[in-house]
Design a protein around this ligand. Structure first.
Ligand SMILES: Nc1ncnc2c1ncn2[C@@H]1O[C@H](COP(=O)(O)OP(=O)(O)O)[C@@H](O)[C@H]1O
Ligand SMILES: [Mg+2]
Length: 379
């Protein structure tokens, strides 16, 4: 027996005033950014005051949403209020990771120390390259937007990580890094002040520092130490803030939507993510299966279509018809494979509601396209 998943009622989620945060997550390239933008637009046109936090919109989509200035603050999107009758508004912003990092430093360090960090040569490379900073910054920005209480709905797109789980794991990983052994070794002498640094020289640091000095030079090592000490001070409340955001994500006003393409890897990733959300007691709203293929003539089976094509080819007639029949057979096979993937997911997670969005003939790059995706999500 094949189970049918319950239908995901998107409009019920968007219209519920208790829904304050929607998080679109999933593996790379499945349509998270598109889904987040489409949901934001639909909610605004249905009367809510919405901000969409996008991470990596394609250039044309960003332009369509007026995201041309990267100033890390939400901007109102023109033509996204449903004609103004419903009273909604759409604001959008694109996460500027470096800027968000700078803002945290500026907000949590005294001006002198902030300056010390921001101008440190290591800051630039760490703030943009440490794996997980983007995920952490997205969380940080979400926390800021929520605390500002300016919008009644925040729709969050998540970073283009390989794995959907990175979004949940990154803050913890960054926390471990900041609490890590190397950091402690590097910060110890500076923290302890000049005098006791001598003691620490005997306690292992001397060896490490000696090696590091040989390899990277004394000035560079000093820069790193200064930087790490300053950073350590700023991120002192790091775990605490990460925990706050975690609680925000667990709150009943949050709805996680897992986005997946109807392919084995993406659906498997979606499965992991669904299990993980349950473990973390984070509220899952449902699964969006994006880019589903449908056939215009589902009554003609793949087998019959192939047989007919073969027959025509054998007789050397109606080449074009034979080609169309082959194409149709391929389409039907693809649709069947995709359906098996959905059934597989549903047999493992029978209660998770599903919405499906067909594959569009072209990329979604303007408000009209987003509106259409929104309609399809809701239907
Ligand atoms: N249903 C769809 N039909 C056609 N193209 C789509 C659909 N959903 C997304 N796309 C396109 O796929 C590309 C990747 O989508 P995107 O939302 O950026 O994925 P992600 O954020 O998960 O990496 C974009 O070019 C987007 O326009
Ligand atoms: Mg994206």
């Amino acid at each position: 027996m094949t189970r049918t998943a319950p239908a995901l009622d998107i409009d019920a989620i968007l219209d519920d005033p208790d829904t304050r945060i929607i998080v679109c997550c999933g593996s790379g390239g499945v349509g998270k950014t598109t889904t987040a933008a489409a949901l934001g637009l639909r909610a605004a046109e249905r009367g809510r005051s919405v901000v969409v936090l996008t991470v990596d919109p394609a250039r044309r989509l960003a332009q369509a949403m007026g995201l041309t200035e990267l100033d890390n603050t939400p901007r109102r999107v023109d033509g996204a209020d449903g004609g103004g009758e419903a009273g909604g508004e759409l604001h959008a912003m694109m996460l500027d990771m470096k800027r968000t990092f700078d803002e945290i430093i500026e907000a949590h360090a005294d001006p002198e120390r902030a300056e010390q960090i921001l101008t440190n040569p290591f800051y630039q490379s760490l703030s943009s390259s440490f794996s997980g900073t983007q995920e952490y910054m997205a969380m940080e920005k979400l926390g800021q937007l929520r605390r500002s209480n300016e919008w009644d709905l925040i729709v969050v797109d998540t970073p283009p990580s390989r794995s959907a789980l990175d979004f949940l794991d990154a803050p913890e990983r960054l926390g471990r890094f900041l609490d890590g052994r190397l950091i402690r070794i590097l910060t110890a002498p500076a923290k302890a002040g000049g005098r006791s640094a001598f003691k620490l020289l005997n306690a292992g640091f001397g060896v490490v520092a000696g090696i590091l000095t040989k390899v990277i030079g004394a000035q560079v090592l000093r820069d790193i130490q200064l930087f790490v000490t300053a950073l350590d001070a700023v991120f002192g409340g790091f775990r605490q803030r990460a925990e706050q955001t975690y609680r925000l994500l667990q709150a009943p006003g949050t709805a996680f939507l897992v986005v997946a393409a109807p392919e084995r890897d993406a659906m498997r990733e979606a499965s992991y993510f669904v299990e993980r959300l349950a473990e973390e007691r984070m509220p899952l709203a449902g699964l969006v299966v994006n880019r589903v293929h449908r056939s215009p003539a589902p009554s003609l089976s793949a087998a019959r279509s192939s047989a007919a094509a073969e027959d025509l080819e054998a007789r050397g007639e109606h080449e074009l018809t034979a080609a169309v029949l082959r194409l149709h057979a391929g389409r039907m096979q693809l649709a069947a494979r995709e359906q098996r993937q959905r059934e597989h997911f549903t047999s493992a997670h029978p209660t998770v509601p599903i919405a499906q969005v067909p594959a569009m003939p072209e990329d979604v790059h303007d408000l009209a396209g987003l509106r259409q995706i929104g309609q399809l999500l809701a239907s």
